[in-house]
Design a protein around this ligand. Structure first.
Ligand SMILES: NC(=O)c1ccc[n+]([C@@H]2O[C@H](COP(=O)([O-])OP(=O)(O)OC[C@H]3O[C@@H](n4cnc5c(N)ncnc54)[C@H](O)[C@@H]3O)[C@@H](O)[C@H]2O)c1
Length: 313
């Protein structure tokens, strides 16, 4: 299969590209390198440095004729989405419409769309949260991710383009950047390796910090491989259904580094969701997917990587 992968120079997308290539697929990466890096792109893939909003994207689709599009490119920062909502909508909605229009014109069979289970449900009352829970996004980023899901339904209805939505929990691992949804993992590791003391942000009534569902990137990659052939016209939570507070995460990283340093404490930032944890039983039933890595094993791999390569700035 030929797969056009947007955001393939970024943290998660670059791992997905490698897995597709290892399976013998042809991969074309579309990335403007705004937060990604050319050196993340496997040399077996072809890289086009272009913005997903660019009208010239159509020419790439015309010459490459991909069978499947996997859409990882995005403005990924929740704080930036709140500071500059027009930019977030421009990249995450208009950019995605540009992609969908190319899919329609050049008969792409299927789109794999990356959404956020960590953001779109808001402060969910159902916990762990299933895909049936009605999303109640609280950030501009989450609204626009949800909007993309709805465009997929419309393009399926009108033009017959299949899709699979993967709603990621908080993804961490090698090549992670500090500004995404699980950026705290990279920030804690980097600071502790430099001998600095990180800050654990918390609401005053929940001193252990925010509850999150941390999923290791290799597990997320397997969901993208399965989605090539399974789970058409459906959406799936991709997480671990394990809750971890910010303080537990901090302690787990300190333990692996052999450190015993209490963190600085700070007030939760406005907009920080208090808790998020995903029920992923649907991905197991339909895709045959479940996570393999627990937090200890995933952090171990991540720390090995950061010790060797450091964090990208
Ligand atoms: N990291 C997480 O915890 C997490 C959780 C839920 C969803 N996601 C989603 O996963 C996807 C990948 O995120 P990531 O964490 O790997 O971040 P990342 O920043 O490493 O990857 C995003 C990639 O998209 C590229 N990009 C950004 N804007 C672009 C544009 N206008 N045109 C072309 N390319 C553009 C960047 O250069 C980068 O390579 C995103 O859609 C993100 O919203 C991530």
């Amino acid at each position: 299969m030929k797969i056009l992968l947007t955001g393939g120079a970024g943290f998660i997308g670059s791992h997905v590209a490698q897995a597709y290539l290892d399976q013998g697929h042809e991969v074309v990466v579309v990335d403007d390198l705004s937060t990604g890096y050319a050196h993340n792109v496997d040399p077996r893939a072809k890289l086009y440095k272009i913005d997903v909003r660019d009208a010239q994207l159509s020419e790439i689709f015309a010459s490459e004729q991909p069978d499947i599009v996997n859409h990882h490119a995005a403005q990924i920062s929740i704080p930036i989405s709140l500071k500059d909502p027009c930019h977030d909508a421009d990249v995450n909605v208009m950019g995605f419409i540009n992609i969908l229009e190319c899919c329609r014109k050049y008969q792409v069979r299927k789109v794999i769309y990356i959404s956020s289970g960590g953001a779109i449900y808001g402060e969910a009352e159902e916990y762990p949260t299933t895909e049936n829970y009605r999303p109640a996004p609280l950030s501009v980023y989450a609204i626009n991710k949800m909007c993309g899901e709805q465009y997929l339904q419309a393009y399926r209805h009108h033009y017959g383009i299949d899709y699979t939505v993967l709603r990621y929990a908080n993804v961490y691992g090698p090549r992670q950047v500090p500004y995404g949804e699980a950026g705290v993992v990279a920030i804690f590791i980097e600071k502790l390796l430099q001998g600095l003391i990180p800050t654990v942000y918390a609401y005053s009534d929940e001193p252990e910090g925010m509850i999150r569902d941390y999923v290791y990137v290799a597990d997320v990659v397997r969901a993208n491989v399965l989605a090539l052939t399974e789970g058409n016209n459906d959406c799936f939570n991709i997480g671990t259904c394990v809750e971890t507070t910010t303080l537990q995460l901090y302690n787990a990283i300190c333990w692996q580094l052999g450190l015993d340093v209490p963190p600085h404490r700070g007030e939760a930032r406005p907009g920080d969701l208090r808790r998020s944890m995903l029920d992923c039983s649907k991905a197991f039933k339909v895709l045959g997917w479940s996570p393999i890595y627990n937090l200890v094993d995933g952090l171990k791999q991540t720390i090995i990587y950061f010790k060797e390569k450091g964090i990208e700035k």
